[in-house]
Design a protein around this ligand. Structure first.
Ligand code: FAD
Length: 439
């Protein structure tokens, strides 16, 4: 592998220098709204960077690690003071694991999280409608729920020290001279970047600046939590779904001591932001109060600080109507580009896929002419869009069907569709994704 230093020295596009440079030219700013220009004069120091990634979530860190493995260094700007350590867990399917293997962290993570063997679908009164074994449907399937905090930490540990700059919140983005992009942080720091990768999540300021509309609320919210059993959790390694009318729940063992759960419910509005854990726990309990005791006990032993409530949103990337995933040398990755509902467990998996695809294209383009970086970003979109757009729609439709509360429809679902019609193999075909190691 080429060292990043020699690689970048030979690159006509990127410079190895990350010098502090004084800038006095006026700062033409979009303030995140392409239609509302403001001109501000600035004489503050502007730092020159080659590749800036905004957001140290799964997409940002996986992109930084992928580039690093290919010999390209980047700076990751994260608004928070540290990595998001709390929170719950994510179910990663085999496509996610292929990427984690390519990044060289798959085996390390496997030692910490249980392999989930199958899934069972039950009614709210405890009747099992159907069960599946993943390997019987697809021998190569791999399903594990991973703690988000550990996944982020593991990715961050692959990066050189100081690659992530915390407390660095992007406030403004703007086109600079010579194809560079100007980034202004809330603390006044200004950066001038040759390539900007927006991994700033569902409310991405960079996506807004590029003309994307806000993600759309889909009519249901989810409570999530991570139950803790200091003496060991008692569950088989399978995903348990419980389908009610307009409410559904699920739980899955994550590790020998932790169990992830969710409760998804219909709500005409996203509702107020509630952070008081006792209120969240009480509201969750009310939604499923007569449901199987096992679920209620899991919610009961959940530490307060892991319970969250999230309104579910997505954004459909309509051809010709949606803005492009890149403009010049600014590109979007993960939720910043394609927020999708979690009904297929694919948001983070797709963010991981995006990261490796983009990094490969960027790394080879960086060796050639500046124009080819823009082409590489277009090529990334061309490759990823046919994967992302149908998945976003499918995830939405699955959620809509599962959240129906009409008694007749629910009866057909429980007595005919799930027991007799559903086949897991075809449903999980979207988890097929091949990925060679990055080196
Ligand atoms: C209820 C629920 C369950 C889910 N379950 C699954 C699952 O089982 N499997 C799965 O694959 N996916 C799942 N997902 C989806 C998954 O959580 C997301 O797809 C994934 O987190 C996207 O990662 P990201 O890095 O793109 O965005 P994020 O994780 O949102 O990261 C964005 C980062 O950017 C930072 N940032 C934002 N704005 C700025 C700024 N102005 N300046 C600097 N930094 C900024 C944020 O602080 C954050 O660190 C679920 C989602 C939900 C809501």
């Amino acid at each position: 592998m080429l060292s990043s230093h020699s690689f970048l020295q030979n690159s006509p596009f990127l410079s190895t220098t990350r010098l502090l440079e004084s800038k006095t030219r006026p700062f033409l700013s979009y303030n995140f709204r392409p239609s509302s220009f403001t001109i501000c004069s600035s004489s503050v120091q502007s730092q020159k960077q080659d590749v800036v990634i905004v957001g140290a979530g799964i997409a940002g860190l996986a992109t930084a690690v992928s580039l690093h493995r290919l010999g390209i260094e980047s700076v990751v700007l994260e608004q928070a003071e540290s990595l998001r350590t709390g929170g719950t867990s994510l179910t990663l399917f085999k496509n996610g694991w292929r990427v984690l293997d390519a990044l060289g962290v798959g085996d390390y993570l496997r030692t910490q999280f249980l392999e989930i063997q199958g899934m069972a679908i039950n009614t709210e009164d405890g009747r099992e409608l159907r069960s599946f074994k993943f390997k019987e449907e697809d021998e190569s399937q791999e399903v594990r729920a991973v703690e988000r905090g550990i996944l982020l930490e593991t990715l961050a540990n692959q990066l050189p020290p100081d690659a992530i700059r915390f407390s660095s919140k992007l406030a403004k983005i703007d086109k600079g001279g010579s194809g560079e992009t100007l980034l202004k942080l809330t603390d006044g720091t200004q950066l001038s970047a040759k390539i900007v990768i927006g991994c700033d999540g569902i409310r991405s300021p960079i996506a807004t600046w590029m003309g994307f509309p806000e993600p759309k609320y889909v009519g249901h919210c989810a409570f999530r939590g991570l139950a803790f059993y200091p003496d060991g959790q008692p569950f088989e390694p399978k995903v348990n779904y419980i389908y009610g009318r307009g409410v559904r729940a699920g739980y899955v063992p994550v590790s020998p001591t932790k169990v992830y759960w969710f409760v998804c419910f219909n709500s005409s509005t996203p509702g107020p932001k509630i952070t008081d854990p006792s209120v969240l726990k009480k509201q969750t309990g009310e939604l499923v109060k007569n449901w199987p005791l096992e679920l209620l006990n899991i919610i009961d032993v959940t530490p307060d600080d892991t319970i969250i409530r999230t309104p579910l949103v997505d954004r459909w990337l309509w051809p010709t109507i949606s803005p492009s995933a890149s403009t010049g040398s600014v590109v979007l990755v993960g939720d910043a580009w394609h927020p999708m509902t979690p009904n297929l467990g694919q948001g983070a998996c797709c963010a991981l896929e995006d990261a490796v695809v983009l990094a490969r294209k960027l790394a080879s383009a960086i060796k050639s002419e500046p124009k080819s970086v823009e082409n590489a970003l277009k090529s990334y979109e061309t490759e990823r869009w046919p994967r992302i757009f149908p998945l976003t729609i499918r995830a939405n439709l699955v959620g809509t069907l599962l959240q129906l509360d009409n008694p007749l429809v629910c009866s057909v679902r429980n007595n005919i569709v799930i027991p007799k019609v559903v086949r897991l193999g075809p449903i999980l075909e979207h988890t097929n994704f091949e990925c060679e190691p990055l080196s």
